[in-house]
Design a protein around this ligand. Structure first.
Ligand SMILES: NC(=O)c1ccc[n+]([C@@H]2O[C@H](COP(=O)([O-])OP(=O)(O)OC[C@H]3O[C@@H](n4cnc5c(N)ncnc54)[C@H](OP(=O)(O)O)[C@@H]3O)[C@@H](O)[C@H]2O)c1
Length: 266
């Protein structure tokens, strides 16, 4: 005998496929040509979002977009350098013209470098803050101006924005700034029902650090991580889906740490 429709509908509302569904969403992911951003775009697309992939490397972006399309998703590329501040509103508008209003912004583009403060030049400091904080602010500001109710802004920080580590001053200051910008934007945009949260990854093997993690020099750092290993980009699938979807609909201004427990011992 067939089950009555109502209990089925109630059950469906509690299923992961419904809770994390992104059908109708338009996601703009910066830094989508490699690493975490490329994976974020793929996961968001696999769950129904139409995605725009941003970064400087046009060919890498096109390859990622083609892979998404081959799996039945919708993807476009927006190649630009986030240091070109005037391009940011233009790029955002290009995405909206092609896909419709952006409902999920993943502010992920970033660079990293290690240098002790005594040896850190003002130019190096400025370059890090330019990409990791100024550009992220400008992207977020665009979203603050344009994102419709129900939207979600995800600012990618780091556990180094939460805890200090020697040689990482410029990066850590930028990433701490990202988390604080998130909290303030969350307050400012809550009235419009736009949510703003920080994702704080621990160490993940990506283009940024693949050579280091392939070398024995990384062993002491990996040994610090309570779960006993460095992260891989797919370790973030659940976190990005959670923050992007209605699964996190009552969450704003939060910082979600995904790091194998590393921040506990930093
Ligand atoms: N890997 C880790 O261990 C780790 C840990 C914590 C936080 N994070 C954060 O995660 C984010 C992604 O990093 P990842 O590890 O995935 O590194 P990645 O593979 O090097 O990716 C960085 C991305 O940022 C883009 N990007 C860099 N400079 C740019 C610029 N001037 N204009 C436009 N795009 C630019 C790059 O694209 P193009 O080169 O094509 O421009 C690339 O797609 C960063 O914010 C990083 O700080 C990473």
């Amino acid at each position: 005998m067939a089950e009555p429709a109502a209990p089925r509908a109630i059950a469906a509302a509690m299923q992961a496929a419904t809770i994390f569904d992104l059908a109708g969403a338009v996601a703009l992911v910066t830094g989508a040509s490699s690493g975490l951003g490329a994976r974020f775009a793929e996961v968001l697309a696999a769950n129904g979002a139409r995605v725009a992939l941003a970064g400087r490397r046009r060919e890498a972006l096109a390859e990622r977009a083609e892979a998404i399309a081959a799996r039945g998703g919708t993807a476009m590329v927006v190649p630009f350098d986030v240091r070109d501040h005037d391009r940011i509103p233009e790029a955002y508008a290009e995405v909206e013209a092609q896909l419709g209003p952006v409902t999920v912004l993943v502010n992920n583009a970033g660079i990293s470098a290690a240098r002790r403060v005594a040896e850190l030049s003002l130019a190096e400091w400025r370059e890090m803050l330019d990409v990791d904080l100024d550009a992220l602010f400008l992207m977020a500001r665009e979203a603050a101006r344009r994102m419709p109710a129900g939207g979600s802004i995800i600012n990618v920080s780091s556990i180094l924005g939460v805890r200090p580590r020697a040689e990482m001053a410029a990066y850590s200051v930028a990433k701490a700034g990202v988390a604080q910008l998130t909290r303030i934007m969350a307050l400012e945009l809550a009235g419009r029902q736009v949510r703003v949260n920080t994702l704080a990854p621990g160490y993940v093997v990506t283009g940024m650090n693949a050579a280091f993690f392939a070398s024995p020099d990384s062993a002491p750092l990996v040994a610090e991580i309570p779960l006993g290993r460095v992260g891989t980009v797919d370790d973030f699938d659940g976190a990005i889906l959670f923050l992007a979807s209605a699964a996190s609909r009552f969450m704003t201004g939060s910082l979600l740490v995904v790091d194998g427990g590393h921040v506990l011992v930093l």
